[in-house]
Ligand binder design. Structure first.
Ligand SMILES: [Zn+2]
Length: 328
């Protein structure tokens, strides 16, 4: 991984690296290498929850009774989890959210579930196929524990087709998945705790959110990135915008992003405004006949939107490319 963003050779290796990998893991690993240390340390500070466990790769934060969010610190260089995730427990069942980047990430979260709830996860949900959310899913399956893995059919297929390196245990785990409806919400009854799994799209071809009503909590997957510019590699920007608006609740809500710290309305709305800004610029540049590369190079976010971790103009270019695909 490159450590500097100013030399010609690093620019080339970065481009090669990006072209080889469509995952958010690659996007974040690169981001971390270029991020100032102070910003890296601020990543997992949260004022919305109580930290119950801290590891180099992230912190487990209690966000409600029987509900915890893992806020990963992908910029630490530790690649065990990379994505955020979580645990939701009811009387009878325990749901783990995300498969993480490596099986050790799933094993760790499952161990925490056991410590905190007395149970190894009985259900696992994947929000989308990207390797940093799915590649470790086999870590939940043991000699004695066989949680029900839930994903959409499209997510399952994309994990099998695209995620590298090939891994027989991962493929077996997702082949055995119980499929979520691509059109209707699925309600999981964990025993006194109902979780709605809602099919969405826009970050990829198939995303799901996991939603609680009381207290109001939404696990957004990668439909929400807090303070970090998102990866548009598979994005369908108009669908992403629609999903992002649909996820926003009028009542006070805690949003667990796919990457970055927990957010409430202020952080979520700042993200929506940032996406709107990208859309405005992309439509304007497209109408003017500017190339995505030139448009990306010329683009900046207004200071009023606060700090967004952005490490290379290539990420803006990727967002413009996604928009142009839809506009052309
Ligand atoms: Zn993703």
């Amino acid at each position: 991984m490159t450590r500097s963003n100013d030399s010609h050779s690093n620019a080339i290796s970065r481009r090669d690296f990006l072209s080889q990998s469509g995952s958010c893991a690659a996007h974040l690993a690169l981001a971390g290498s270029l991020m100032p240390r102070a910003a890296r340390l601020a990543w997992t500070r949260s004022s919305y929850a109580t930290v119950v466990a801290r590891e180099p790769f992230g912190t487990l934060e209690k966000i409600a009774d029987g509900t915890w969010a893992l806020i990963s610190n992908p910029l630490s260089g530790d690649r065990t989890t990379i994505s955020n995730g979580g645990i939701i427990a009811g009387r009878d069942a325990v749901l783990a959210i995300e498969g993480f980047n490596q099986p050790q990430g799933a094993v760790w979260l499952a161990g925490k579930a056991k410590e905190l709830t007395g149970k190894w996860p009985t259900h696992v949900a994947l929000t989308h196929y990207h390797s940093d959310h799915a590649n470790g899913v086999a870590g939940y399956l043991t000699e004695t524990d066989h949680p029900i893995v839930r994903s959409t059919e499209r997510t399952r297929d994309l994990v099998i087709e695209r995620n590298k390196p090939d891994d027989a245990s991962r493929i077996a785990a997702v082949r055995g998945a119980t499929l979520l409806s691509p059109s209707d919400a699925t309600t999981l009854d964990l025993g006194g705790r109902m979780v709605r799994v809602v099919p969405r799209l826009g970050h990829t071809d198939s995303d799901v959110s996991l939603e609680l009503d009381d207290p109001s909590i939404v696990f957004c997957g990668d439909l929400f990135w807090n303070s970090m510019f998102p990866n548009f590699v598979d994005a369908i920007p108009t669908k992403l915008a629609a999903s992002v608006h649909a996820l926003r609740r009028t009542k006070d809500t805690l949003y667990v992003p796919g990457h970055g710290a927990l957010g409430r309305a202020a952080e979520y709305d700042r993200y929506v405004q940032m996406l709107d800004e990208v859309e405005r610029a992309a439509r304007k540049a497209h109408a003017a006949g500017t190339t995505p590369a030139d448009a990306g190079a010329a683009f900046t976010l207004p200071p009023s939107l606060g700090e967004w971790t952005l490490f290379s103009k290539a990420f803006y270019q990727r967002a413009f490319e996604a928009w142009y695909k839809e506009l052309t």
